[in-house]
Ligand binder design. Structure first.
Ligand code: ADP
Length: 177
């Protein structure tokens, strides 16, 4: 599996707010009104236009449930769109965390595909404030993305953007590049 879609999956160490692609994914919270971690960084760089569009989505559908995804404009970011997904809070692993995390990746990519977006960058969803063990989250992320790309014809490239050394090393080992 590791080698199968290596041409469509890549790895980057750094700050996702600097990545120029069709959509970056935000590890949001269900309020969609901004938070800490990568969410805070994305809102800071994007400016008020992003928060305004998040408010519009929130007013229309009342936030975003865990495992689901919504799309907004990207304000001042180099990316064209932001896809916001809400990862599960780690509660020991027996509360459906794995399936919810998997849904985050699959639903984000479905939304990208429906909107004709070809390049998508992901942060390591749930592995910060939400406490999901990084090794387990990496395995779920790579397997979900690999599965999606095997059957989708729109999304051409997925980049995993690792902010911290531990995640970067785990993804290097797992993907093999
Ligand atoms: P969650 O609440 O889903 O755990 P966090 O934002 O706390 O979300 O953390 C998710 C991951 O995002 C963590 O691995 C953290 O290191 C990473 N992260 C934080 N800032 C950035 C950034 N600017 N770009 C990419 N990843 C980031």
């Amino acid at each position: 599996m590791k080698k199968l879609l290596a041409d469509k999956i890549s790895l980057l160490k750094g700050d996702i707010t600097k990545v120029k692609c069709d959509a970056i994914v935000n590890a949001a919270n269900s309020s969609l009104l901004g938070g800490g971690g990568v969410d805070g960084a994305i809102h800071r760089q994007a400016g008020p236009e992003l928060l305004e569009d998040c408010r519009r989505v929130r007013n229309a559908q009342g936030g975003c449930p865990t495992g689901k995804a919504v799309i907004t404009v990207a304000g001042k970011l180099p990316a064209k769109y932001v896809i916001h997904t809400v990862g599960p809070v780690w509660r020991g692993g027996a509360s459906g965390e794995e399936s919810l995390l998997r849904d985050c990746y699959l639903n984000s990519l479905s939304l990208a595909s429906e909107n004709g977006l070809e390049t998508v960058a992901f942060p390591n969803i749930s592995t910060g404030i939400y406490g999901y063990p990084k090794d387990k989250a990496c395995a779920v992320a790579v397997s979900a993305v690999n599965e999606f790309l095997a059957s989708d014809t729109i999304v051409k490239e997925v980049v995993f953007v690792c902010f911290d050394d531990e995640n970067f090393r785990l993804y290097q080992d797992f993907i093999g590049n």
